[in-house]
Design a protein around this ligand. Structure first.
Ligand code: ADP
Ligand code: MG
Length: 570
């Protein structure tokens, strides 16, 4: 039993339902679910991408049939690569018409042109044909192309493969500019995007389902971050901070989520706006228009509110919450990676949502790899880069010249001009560019201890050394991130620090001229003989708890006189 309810919900009229029943269509395919509502309710041009055999013909055919009223002059032109496909499409559309008296006919080379001329004379609503024959009929003045409501390139990738690009250009140039242009294709090579850029109105939409080859996803890079619910906001801020050129939509499940994310980001000084159903229509339009003009870089929205907003060139689509199904996922991410531009679709997936993600992956026919969140170092680097770019811009425009005298004065304050610059940076950024002003939230990269070098500091707990303080001091001075360092073993009289070879070098170099803090490489174990075993693998904490050891007070302040240094000869 099937009452074709799902087709009805997409907007298919009662008039066409018997034809679907006759064809034994039961539920719409994924591409039909995406494309039919867009075509029935919108006005925008559309690219539809779905695997071969997924019903692309009906995806555009049903809305076209439903929209057109019978007439005599073609209101829809469908270009197809071959004679066989032209016939097949024409047949399929005829069978979808049911009782609606539309005239649909194929035009292709190899058939007597007089038959086709007669057909045109009697009147055709939808002309389906190969580019060569369509051109021919038009040149003879028998096929009018200036009354079109729809111009459709079906199997567009194949047509391009077959070298029809020039014919297609020529035909499209002859059509009336106010038509809707649609392209359907199994793959989405660059040439299709080029045609879209050339012939489609700029706000065209993309309906895209499962992919056929890697080239399809070439324009939209998809990946996910595993993020606990309570860390999502931090994760979002990291993404924002790490991407200077961000122009993105963030999708949340509920209105409340949208409000919460928006408020919290506002509180942190981010320029974002919210879009959901409770916001007045007037305000919504204001927000959408401002976003399209890039007045602010981040729009937080629910799916429903975002429906119909077509922004072509998002750099990122961020799924703050995974959507309920793959159709929504595809619809969301279809807003990036368009018009030949590279786009990124990032999803936040909680540990409990892995199965849901698998389900979506299966549905869209491609895997979505996991990525690490941007590191704090990446964020700082991005901020530095942006700052440097802005300075370069000011130097170019000369707008900073009025400050030259004052700058020279300031430069004399330190022993080197860079010192004055550093002080200004500190005033401008406060601690924003210092790694320790960021907190970690479960994204710690497991440091690879096996390849690490061990450094020795001849001062320990008895001297007031504590692991957190030591860590902060090293990170402060070297710029090494705390999670980059390996184990720190703080013993009563000395401390061992594990660090990647490059970091170890950095620590040694940074402290080389320091009178108080001197580090040296710990000698290889064999050379140290007896002392080796006790120094391995014991964390300070663990050691502290070891029975029979006298507890050493560690709360003495760090003071330089507490440190003794190993001479290089030791
Ligand atoms: P594509 O253009 O994606 O290669 P077609 O439009 O040629 O796919 O459709 C492939 C086959 O699937 C056709 O026989 C068509 O009648 C059938 N078909 C299309 N949509 C549906 C549907 N919703 N349910 C069942 N069969 C369908
Ligand atoms: Mg097809």
């Amino acid at each position: 039993m099937n009452d074709l309810q799902e087709f009805r919900e997409l907007g298919i009229s009662e008039e066409l339902l018997p034809a679907l029943a006759a064809k034994n269509f039961q539920t719409p395919s994924a591409i039909q679910k995406l494309a039919i509502p867009l075509l029935l309710s919108g006005e925008k041009d559309l690219i539809g991408q779905a695997l071969t055999g997924t019903g692309k013909t009906a995806a555009f055919g049903l809305p076209v049939i439903q929209t057109l009223e019978p007439g005599r002059i073609p209101r829809a032109l469908i270009l197809a690569p071959t004679r066989e496909l032209s016939i097949q499409i024409s047949d399929e559309l005829n069978s979808l018409c049911g009782t609606k008296p539309l005239k649909i006919a194929p035009f292709f080379g190899g058939q007597l042109i007089t038959i086709q001329l007669d057909e045109l004379k009697r009147g055709v609503d939808i002309a389906v044909g190969t580019p060569g024959r369509i051109m021919d009929l038009h040149r003879r003045g028998k096929l009018q192309l200036d009354q079109l409501q729809f111009a459709i390139l079906d199997e567009a990738d194949e047509m391009l493969d077959m070298g029809f690009i020039d014919d297609i250009r020529e035909i499209l140039a002859l059509t009336n500019p106010d038509k809707r242009m649609l392209m359907f294709s199994a793959t989405m090579p660059q040439e299709i995007m080029d045609i879209a850029a050339e012939f489609m109105r700029p706000e065209y939409e993309i309906a895209r389902t499962g992919t056929q080859s890697a080239t399809n996803t070439a324009l939209t890079e998809q990946y996910f971050h595993e993020v606990k619910r309570e860390h999502k906001l931090d994760a979002l801020m990291r993404l924002i901070d790490a991407n200077n050129e961000l122009y993105a939509m963030v999708f949340c499940r509920t209105r409340a989520d949208v409000d919460e994310v928006t408020e919290k980001l506002h509180a942190k000084g981010y320029r974002v706006e919210a879009l959901h159903g409770e916001i007045s229509q007037a305000q919504r339009l204001r927000v959408i228009n401002a976003f399209k003009k890039r007045k602010f870089p981040l729009l937080i929205a629910t799916d429903v509110a975002a429906r119909g907003i077509d922004v072509n060139d998002l750099t990122h689509v961020i799924n703050y919450s995974l959507p309920q199904n793959s159709d929504i996922y595809i619809h969301r991410i279809g807003r990036t990676g368009r018009a030949g531009r590279h786009g990124v679709a990032v999803s936040f997936v909680t540990p409990g949502e892995r199965r849901k993600l698998k389900f979506i992956e299966k549905d869209i026919g491609s895997t979505i790899p996991q990525r690490k969140l941007p590191e704090i170092a990446d964020i700082i680097e991005a901020k530095k880069q942006l700052f440097a770019e802005n300075i370069a811009l000011l130097l170019e425009t000369g707008d900073a010249e009025p400050y030259l005298n004052f700058a020279e004065e300031l430069c004399t304050l330190g022993s080197h001009p860079a010192e004055a610059m550093a002080a200004m940076l500190k005033m401008h950024f406060k601690n924003e560019l210092l790694p320790e002003s960021y907190h970690e939230f479960g994204t710690k990269v497991k440091a690879d201890e096996s390849s690490m070098k061990k450094l020795l500091l001849f001062a320990g707990r008895a001297d007031g050394v504590t692991v957190p303080e030591l860590l902060r001091m090293i990170c402060d001075r070297t710029g090494i991130r705390s999670n980059q360092l390996g184990k720190i073993i703080c013993r009563a009289d000395k401390t061992f620090i594990n660090a990647a070879p490059a970091d170890a070098e950095k620590i040694l170099k940074t402290f080389a001229k320091d009178k108080e803090w001197k580090f040296k490489y710990d000698e290889p174990r064999e050379q140290r003989g007896q002392r080796a075993p006790e120094e391995r693998g014991q964390s300070a904490k663990k050691e502290k708890r070891a029975p029979g050891r006298k507890k050493v007070k560690t709360h003495k302040p760090l003071r330089e006189e507490f440190f003794k240094w190993i001479s290089d000869s030791e």
